[in-house]
Design a protein around this ligand. Structure first.
Ligand SMILES: *Cc1c(COP(=O)(O)O)cnc(C)c1O
Length: 383
């Protein structure tokens, strides 16, 4: 099946009994009847399995061209489940520029349990050899990255990790499976904050982990049902509903992002624009190779590196909403240094080029002219 058909049908069936409902129902139940002890209809307790969640897990894994998928109460719960595949003493090589919450989980929770994280700019694989030790068990990457829209060559990373028997995990939240499928490029596990593009409507928090490997799937399932970070059936239903328009939304997100990136690039108050679709982006060629489109996330720096001016710019916007998060139908704008990436040390912010002048946009699916007008008016008010 092609993507647009998979989105609507894959892993989903009309309810066989008793109603024939076309859309997967919300199975709002914790437990299931047993005809005799141990004899059930495939479900016994909703932490272990729930039909609404199962439909979502099958659907999401199929979008990533994966065989097995697990859904969680949040993107962070999915990431936490993946980290639990490892043990104290293990080392994880991690791309520099990752989601602030992931950084906090690694740096403030897992380091306490003697996990070691080595951060590196993985846009080039040259350093990998030097960073890799006998204890290295995992490479963790995000591409496009947050908030700098750096692009990492997934295939180059997985070529290295396969040779050294290291797991590669790709957080595919920013691209969505419509634009990029890392399992096809050799990744072992793909993870998502479905809160973002998969759900797509800023009305839920949910996460997913997908793999093609049976042994990893078995371990992930054991952790999921033992630790219990599962989503409720209502949120699974909402995610399924959101996914049905993923391909249409992504096309429009990409279209609008291009318009906005070009507008910003030519604006005299803007110093630099970060969007992988721009020919000036240092890894435009890699993005073109591994992605079907360049995504709906755009960051830029104002010429003046002054928090007061950025604050004024953000507060004057009418259509863009100043808020964390991304991937919804509405355009959101944020200030990474004081919002999503506030937990990074000043030193790391500097290293990752997260300055006060940096602004991140999650371009929505509104009319692009209205969006550009809104930005333009706010720039004019700074004069
Ligand atoms: C939001 C986000 C997460 C965390 O997901 P939650 O659903 O908020 O827990 C992880 N990775 C990336 C790239 C994200 O944008």
């Amino acid at each position: 099946m092609k993507f647009g058909t998979k989105i609507i049908h894959s892993g989903l069936q009309p309810d066989q009994k008793p109603t024939g409902a076309v859309i997967t129902p919300i199975y709002q139940t914790s437990t299931y009847i047993q005809k005799s002890p141990g004899k059930n209809l495939g479900y016994e307790y909703s932490r272990s399995s729930n039909p609404t969640r199962k439909a979502l897990e099958q659907n999401v894994s199929s979008l990533e061209n994966g065989k097995y998928g697990y859904c969680f109460a949040s993107g962070m719960a999915a990431i936490d489940c993946i980290l639990r595949l490892l043990k104290p003493g293990d080392e994880i090589i991690c791309s520099n520029d990752i989601y602030g919450g992931t950084f906090r989980l690694f740096n403030q929770i897992y380091t306490r349990q003697n996990f070691k994280f080595i951060f590196s700019d993985l846009q080039s694989t040259k350093e990998l050899k030097n960073l890799c030790t006998k204890k290295t068990k995992m490479i963790w990457i995000e591409t496009p990255s947050n908030p700098m829209m750096n692009i990492i060559d997934i295939k180059k990373i997985t070529d290295f990790s396969q040779k050294h028997k290291i797991l590669t995990v790709v957080d595919n939240t920013f691209a969505s499976p419509y634009l990029q499928t890392p399992l096809d490029l050799g990744a072992d596990i793909v993870t998502h904050s479905a809160t973002k593009y998969l759900g797509g409507h800023s009305d839920l928090v949910l996460g997913a982990a997908i793999t093609n490997k049976k042994y990893l799937s078995d371990k992930l399932y054991l952790i999921q049902k033992s630790c219990g970070g599962i989503p409720g059936p209502m949120d699974c239903f909402l995610t399924l509903r959101g996914i049905k328009t993923l391909h249409l939304r992504m096309e429009k997100h990409c279209f609008n992002a291009k318009k906005i990136a070009l507008f910003l690039s030519s604006h005299k108050m803007v110093k630099e624009v970060f969007w992988p679709g721009l020919k000036t982006h240092p890894n435009h060629r890699v993005a073109k190779k591994q992605m079907k489109g360049f995504g709906g996330m755009v960051s830029f720096k104002l010429k003046k590196n002054n928090f007061g001016i950025v604050k004024k710019f953000l507060s004057n916007l009418k259509i863009f909403t100043l808020a964390e998060s991304l991937g919804g139908v509405e355009s959101l704008i944020s200030h990474p240094s004081s919002m999503t990436h506030a937990s990074l040390s000043a030193e790391l912010k500097l290293k990752n080029k997260i300055t006060d002048s940096l602004v991140r946009i999650s371009v929505g699916i509104e009319n692009h002219e209205d969006l550009i007008n809104d930005l333009s008016k706010s720039f004019n008010k700074l004069k």
